[in-house]
Design a protein around this ligand. Structure first.
Ligand SMILES: *[C@@H]1O[C@H](CO)[C@@H](O)[C@H](O)[C@H]1NC(C)=O
Ligand SMILES: *[C@@H]1O[C@H](CO)[C@@H](O)[C@H](O)[C@H]1NC(C)=O
Ligand SMILES: *[C@@H]1O[C@H](CO)[C@@H](O)[C@H](O)[C@H]1NC(C)=O
Ligand SMILES: CC(=O)N[C@H]1CO[C@H](CO)[C@@H](O)[C@@H]1O
Length: 401
């Protein structure tokens, strides 16, 4: 979407490519266009909140402990001024406890970083799953988190008969995370699971690996990643011809989008990709009523699926968690399309008149992915009212030839 793509005019003249190294199964061929523009980014790594961060339940526990201990304090101690004047019941105050010891308070603000936030979990076959989520970036960078996957068949619940495997983590955002970074966990079991119609659950055991200090215990979260109801698995999905030829995975949309531009963009690309195409648009706050209005006819015709991902804003990641969202889209819909496209709504795929999108992908039938050359559009095409915004609001054509 609208982002500071280019600051340096010289760089505009360079051809920008971003090679993406997702390792995809052969049945899907992924057309990856530039997901981000590396040249103009300033990344601010925010460190873990202080170890003194307390949850409100911790605070309440402490408060009740304190109220029982303050009654025993001696009377000789000088009065200590209480620091906070706030009336919030959660604000902890300095206190004098027994023997005149001044017990200091630590009040936390903002949000702590969760060790794992799950967005979606998907089967990638009879024995393999992908769990898409965010993890605390300092944990990923400085810690030793590990992941264990477990499949519990519904038939087995009482027998304690289950199968576990190592979950391998993939970090698809090139280190561009902030408080959070994207993690895709690949759970591949040595044998097919849940294929006899019994139903089952995929459990992720996410361990933080401890701190390295012997006295800090490893903590492990048990996450129910996927629940498959008995009889719900349709294994032929993995081997049947996909429903769509072309599938568009959008980046999260935010900010003040122009409905006219969105209308133009969707009409252009539905025409380009044709009847066997589908578009998933992600609303990170950008789909206001005007934009919804122009998308509605396409939703009704079955070309567009809209997903509300506004909740992601709680988790400070790279560009409204763009990599989280596109990886979720990839794994969620990969069996529905021959080719998936990843580009933004201020970018247009341009195919030279002598070619069609079909003739181009035919040339790449032996490949699982390719990128398309990116060129800035003439800024003479911008609306007069946008003049002066060209540095920030650069629109690109992708030229496929
Ligand atoms: C997990 O990784 C294996 C080996 O690379 C791959 O074959 C499989 O498709 C992956 N699973 C998913 C769900 O992406
Ligand atoms: C289904 O498979 C599980 C093992 O994954 C097994 O424990 C269970 O008995 C099977 N159920 C049926 C009905 O065959
Ligand atoms: C299973 O998937 C195939 C291929 O996608 C589809 O044609 C079929 O209708 C599905 N079967 C059921 C029972 O949903
Ligand atoms: C619920 C359950 O059965 N859990 C067991 C699954 O298998 C692992 C190791 O293979 C055991 O540690 C669990 O107790």
């Amino acid at each position: 979407m609208v982002k500071e793509k280019e600051k340096d005019q010289k760089e505009k003249d360079n051809k920008l490519f971003v090679g993406v190294v997702w390792n995809c199964a052969t049945e899907i061929k992924i057309l990856l266009t530039a997901l981000l523009f590396l040249s103009s980014l300033v990344i601010i790594l925010q460190f873990l909140p202080s170890r003194f961060s307390l949850s409100s339940s911790d605070l309440q526990l402490c408060l009740s402990k304190l109220s029982s201990s303050t009654s025993t304090s001696t009377s000789e101690v000088p009065q200590v001024s209480v620091l906070s004047s706030s009336s919030s019941p959660l604000i902890q105050k300095d206190q004098i406890i027994q023997q005149g010891i001044i017990k200091r308070a630590f009040n936390s603000y903002g949000s702590a970083a969760y060790s794992f936030i799950q967005m979606g979990s998907y089967r990638g076959g009879l024995n393999t799953f992908a769990i898409i989520g965010l993890a605390s970036k300092p944990l990923i960078v400085y810690g030793k988190p590990s992941y264990q996957c477990q499949w519990i068949s519904d038939d087995d619940r009482n027998n304690n008969n289950n199968i576990t495997t190592f979950g391998s983590k993939i970090l698809p955002d090139w280190g561009y995370g902030r408080v959070y970074t994207v993690v895709v966990i690949n759970c591949t079991f040595p044998i097919p699971v849940g294929i006899n119609g019994s139903g089952g659950r995929l459990i992720l055991h996410a361990s933080d690996g401890g701190s390295g200090d012997t006295d800090v215990v490893v903590s492990t979260e048990k996450i129910e990643a996927l629940v498959e109801a008995p009889g719900s698995l349709n294994a032929s999905v993995f081997s049947s011809p996909p429903v769509y030829d072309y599938f568009y995975c959008g980046s999260p949309l935010y900010g003040d989008l122009s409905p006219q531009r969105v209308r133009e963009w969707i009409a252009y690309h539905v025409k380009l990709f044709g009847e066997k195409s589908h578009f998933v648009i992600y609303d990170a706050g950008g789909i206001h009523s005007g934009v919804l209005e122009v998308l509605k006819p396409w939703i009704e015709k079955g070309y567009v699926t809209l997903q509300d991902v506004r909740e992601q804003e709680r988790f400070d990641g790279y560009y409204h968690n763009q990599f989280l969202v596109v990886n979720d889209c990839l794994h969620r819909y990969r069996f529905m399309a021959k080719w998936m496209f990843f580009f933004d709504v201020d970018e247009y795929i341009y195919v030279q008149p002598e070619s069609t999108i079909q003739s181009i992908v035919n040339e790449y039938s032996g490949y699982t992915q390719f990128t398309i050359e990116q060129m800035p559009m003439s800024n003479k095409l911008c609306l007069a009212s946008d003049a002066g915004n060209t540095e920030r609001y650069t629109t690109y054509f992708y030229v496929a030839s």
